[in-house]
Design a binder for this molecule. Structure first.
Ligand SMILES: Nc1nc2c(c(=O)[nH]1)N[C@H]1C(S)=C(S)[C@@H](COP(=O)(O)OP(=O)(O)OC[C@H]3O[C@@H](n4cnc5c(=O)[nH]c(N)nc54)[C@H](O)[C@@H]3O)O[C@H]1N2
Ligand SMILES: Nc1nc2c(c(=O)[nH]1)N[C@H]1C(S)=C(S)[C@@H](COP(=O)(O)OP(=O)(O)OC[C@H]3O[C@@H](n4cnc5c(=O)[nH]c(N)nc54)[C@H](O)[C@@H]3O)O[C@H]1N2
Ligand SMILES: [Mo]
Length: 784
């Protein structure tokens, strides 16, 4: 384990350190040799899609693209470590629950279906058929199908997701909470309202032509490392790259591309951001409105001089609605409010506005720094408002780019893993499959936790993911899961969700994406959709981690047979003998997937149509919409500061370290932020640390100040002095999820507000009853 140190990291992102880090992770998983071969077939035409992130790859590439964190994701899946029945024989569930998330993950791949035995508090091996029969007994014994919940994480392939939603709707519910509910949901909601499609409009080719790339609330050096390659090329040809981020992030500053032999040999690197605006947490709406205000003021001046308008007036007239009311709202917003709420000076915002004005083609990218606030939908509206002003949508080199997380999260939603399916889709399902699907909206992630908590839901089924740890309000979520009659997880590795279980519980181990999936019809490939709507094939190359693992489609098919029996004419198992059969059904259900099997076999796959890209606006207005929003001044953070005027109230953002994949903790380092060997840290401005009467290296407890008055704490975090605005704190997810109130979510999209939590920090007090065992539903790591 790395020695605990905090020091400034002055190298570029990427570079030799990146290669060293991959070598270390491959060694740790004992896959140095096979792993290296595996890496070479990642994102190749006949290889598998990287399970890392949803960033697209060039033409589903012919050249090997090195990505440190993609390599770690692959190493984690192709590990030689095994969490077989012996592991479960050795430990009770209570004992396993005492270990850290990192340790659980490190036990390796699950090999055998396991069933919880309450008498011994252990998981015992179970036959697949018995497992499916147990689930069928529970599901068929419910008073209503709506008492069951079917979660999905975003690694699930299109084929598995399509079958899964088909089974669940044939069973009778739309209860489909998914990771998207905690992630890019506001992007889908805002874009759908405004431009008629809930997806981004750009392609990689647009990145080659953009004159300016604006990056809001995203840390690509860690979370989408392949994006750095595009940014580097853009920077080299002189495009402006403008970052908006409260934290100084190394990957947004300098990058050394491990593919570039010269750069590596000479230890050179490329500057990424031309401008870096360190705004306050949650200050983006104000900042963008400030930029827009500047643009409109400059335009008015130009018009007054008799010059041409600086806006794309033709585009505004032909394609948009609401401009006049929007412009009036912007004019009425006072600069002092904009400056106060964004944390940026008027001159900085005018500078950002000038970059926008000087750039012919502009792309705006965003990530979780935008989507996990109360005003996320409004902020995305403001990003699109900015783009619309100069027609930066639906033309080359310009557009909206929400950068998705999980490698197939966008595809899962396209396959209608969605709690609010449109009625036309349900009609189509009825026509193609001959059953009447449920029409009522289902539970999203927050709704599911509430329903399990108060007993409206009794069965939880998770297709991947780590629900217990990824969700907000850890204590409430754990209570909810424990309140279930049955919890089931289809999964590759052990995680906390398996230990926070219902009265009965199952762990169902499945194949990973890197593995060969052999069905009756021979080896199978699946398909995924990346963040830019490209659909392509993915075929594993490694032997399965254990004999007897089932693929996700096979698990769904066997479950559907066990639950539905002859209630339904769908030939589930026959479908999974050859995934082409599933793809044929996808083609019959969704017009945009016509000739799916043929088109997806063209190397590189195909792009799904995007109406906004063609300047066709399929929303009620039939036009792109300018959406005015006031700068928010009454969010939870403002209210908490009024309530607790006696002490500093901070706005806490929860984010990812460099050595984790969501709840999967690969290691304890966060190299680019200079943190080694420790995850319980909180980044703060040195003046704020001093104002607390403390020093860097001191330990604090955090308490969130929610409007609902419930006391939520997370204990023992080490203060790290960091380049971050005053009043703002940052700490890692999921250690801080206990602080996120279930009742605090994005307007209209219900994403938990995990990027803006009002908190107070007090010197760490060891728990007075430290000798007493912690309650079983709280991970030990949280209460030390
Ligand atoms: N290696 C690796 N890759 C991943 C993941 C992973 O965990 N590890 N997760 C995947 C998933 S599911 C997703 S969704 C993506 C997540 O990728 P990102 O969107 O990059 O996720 P985060 O690390 O949560 O943080 C985003 C950035 O937002 C900044 N930020 C915080 N608050 C604000 C704010 O109020 N305004 C602005 N402008 N910025 C803010 C933070 O400083 C941070 O740099 O990555 C995907 N890829
Ligand atoms: N506080 C806070 N909370 C957050 C966030 C945040 O920024 N801050 N981010 C949110 C975001 S953006 C997201 S997307 C969610 C993520 O929420 P989830 O998607 O639920 O979480 P992951 O950690 O990605 O899930 C990891 C688990 O998936 C399983 N797994 C891995 N590969 C496979 C596979 O191929 N098949 C199957 N069946 N299982 C597999 C493994 O068991 C692994 O333990 O968390 C959200 N929670
Ligand atoms: Mo995500």
């Amino acid at each position: 384990m790395t020695k605990k140190t905090i020091r400034e990291y002055d190298g570029p992102a990427g570079g030799w350190d990146s290669l060293r880090s991959v070598a270390k992770h491959l060694m740790a998983q004992d896959v140095a040799v096979r792993g290296a071969r595996t890496l070479l077939s990642m994102n190749q035409p006949d290889g598998f899609d990287c399970p890392g992130c949803a960033w697209p790859d060039r033409d589903h590439a012919s050249t090997f693209e090195f990505c440190e964190n993609g390599a770690k994701a692959v190493a984690a899946e192709s590990t030689r470590h095994r969490a077989g029945p012996q592991l479960f024989a050795r430990y009770t569930v209570a004992q396993l629950a005492g270990y850290s998330d990192h340790w659980l993950e490190d036990q390796g791949r699950l090999t055998t279906p396991m069933r919880y035995d309450a008498a011994s508090d252990r998981y015992l091996p179970v036959q697949w058929d018995q497992a499916f029969a147990l689930i069928a007994r529970h599901l068929n014994g419910l008073d209503s199908p709506d008492q069951a919940i079917f979660y999905t994480s975003g690694r699930t392939s299109n084929e598995a997701a399509f079958l899964y939603q088909l089974f669940v709707r044939a069973f009778g519910t739309n209860n489909f909470p998914d990771c998207s509910n905690m992630c890019h949901e506001p992007s889908g909601v805002a874009l759908k309202q405004q431009i008629g499609v809930g997806k981004g409009t750009v392609s990689l080719q647009d990145f080659e032509q953009a004159d300016a790339i604006l990056i809001f609330g995203q840390n690509p050096g860690t979370n989408h490392p392949r994006m750095l390659g595009e940014l580097r090329d853009a920077a080299k040809r002189g495009a402006a790259i403008v970052s908006f981020n409260p934290l100084r992030e190394r990957g947004l500053e300098r990058f050394a591309d491990p593919k570039d032999k010269l750069e590596m040999l000479h230890s050179g690197s490329t500057r990424i951001s031309s401008d870096y605006f360190q705004l306050k947490i949650g200050g983006d709406l104000a900042a963008i409105k400030g930029m827009i205000k500047h643009v409109l003021e400059r335009d008015a001046e130009a018009l007054a001089r008799g010059d041409a308008s600086l806006l794309d007036r033709d585009f505004i007239a032909a394609h948009t609605t609401g401009f006049d009311a929007f412009a009036a709202d912007v004019a009425a917003e006072p600069w002092p409010t904009i400056v106060e709420e964004s944390g940026l000076a008027e001159a900085q915002l005018r500078r950002a506005g000038d970059i926008y004005l000087q750039s012919e083609r502009v792309i705006a990218c965003w990530g979780m720094g935008i989507t996990q606030h109360k005003h996320s939908v409004a902020t995305i509206h403001m990003i699109v408002n900015l783009l619309l002003l100069r027609g930066n949508l639906g033309r080359p080199g310009a557009g909206a780019c929400p950068v998705r997380g999980h490698s197939n999260v966008q595809g899962d939603r396209t396959m209608m893993i969605y709690e609010k399916p449109p009625q036309e889709f349900l009609d189509r399902l009825r026509d193609v499959f001959g059953f009447e699907p449920p029409r009522a909206e289902g539970y999203d992630t927050i709704g599911a936790i509430e329903a399990m908590g108060d007993g409206r839901a009794k069965v939880f089924f998770g297709m991947g993911g780590n629900f217990a740890t990824a969700t907000p309000d850890t204590a409430a979520t754990h209570r909810a899961l424990r309140n279930c009659d049955l919890t089931v997880h289809v999964t590759t590795k052990l995680n906390r969700s398996h230990l926070v279980h219902g009265r009965e519980a199952l762990i169902l181990p499945c194949l990973g994406r890197t593995e060969i999936d052999v069905q009756a019809g021979g080896p199978q490939a699946v398909t995924v959709e990346d963040s830019m709507s490209m659909v392509h094939l993915s075929a594993g190359i490694n032997p399965p981690a254990a004999d007897g693992l089932l693929s996700e489609p096979a698990i769904v098919a066997r479950l559907a047979e066990a639950v539905l029996g002859t209630r339904n004419a769908i030939r589930w198992r026959w479908l999974t003998e050859d995934y082409d059969r599933i793809r044929d059904l996808i083609a019959r259900t969704f017009d945009e997937f016509h000739d799916f099997n043929t088109r997806v076999r063209v190397p590189g796959g195909f792009r799904l149509p995007n109406t906004a890209r063609d300047r066709i606006w399929v929303n009620p207005a039939g036009r792109a919409v300018f959406n005015p929003h006031p700068v928010p001044t009454d969010n939870p953070i403002h209210r908490a500061r009024v309530r607790r005027a006696d002490m500093p109230v901070f706005n806490l953002s929860t984010l990812r370290s460099h050595d984790q994949y969501n709840t999967t903790v690969y290691g304890l380092d966060d190299r680019y932020r200079g943190v080694f060997g420790e995850r319980r840290v909180v980044f703060a401005h040195s003046d704020d640390i001093a104002a607390l009467g403390l020093g860097a290296g001191d330990w604090v407890d955090l308490e969130s100040l929610a409007d609902d008055g419930v006391r939520r704490t997370a204990r023992r975090f080490m203060l790290v002095a960091y380049d971050i605005p005053r009043g703002c704190l940052a700490a890692y997810y999921p250690e801080t999820n206990a602080l996120v109130p279930l009742s605090s979510f994005a307007d209209e999209a219900r994403t938990p507000t995990s990027k803006s939590i009002p908190v107070i920090a007090t010197p760490h007090q060891p728990r007075p009853d430290a000798s007493a065992p912690a309650p079983r539903d709280i991970p030990a790591a949280l209460v030390r």
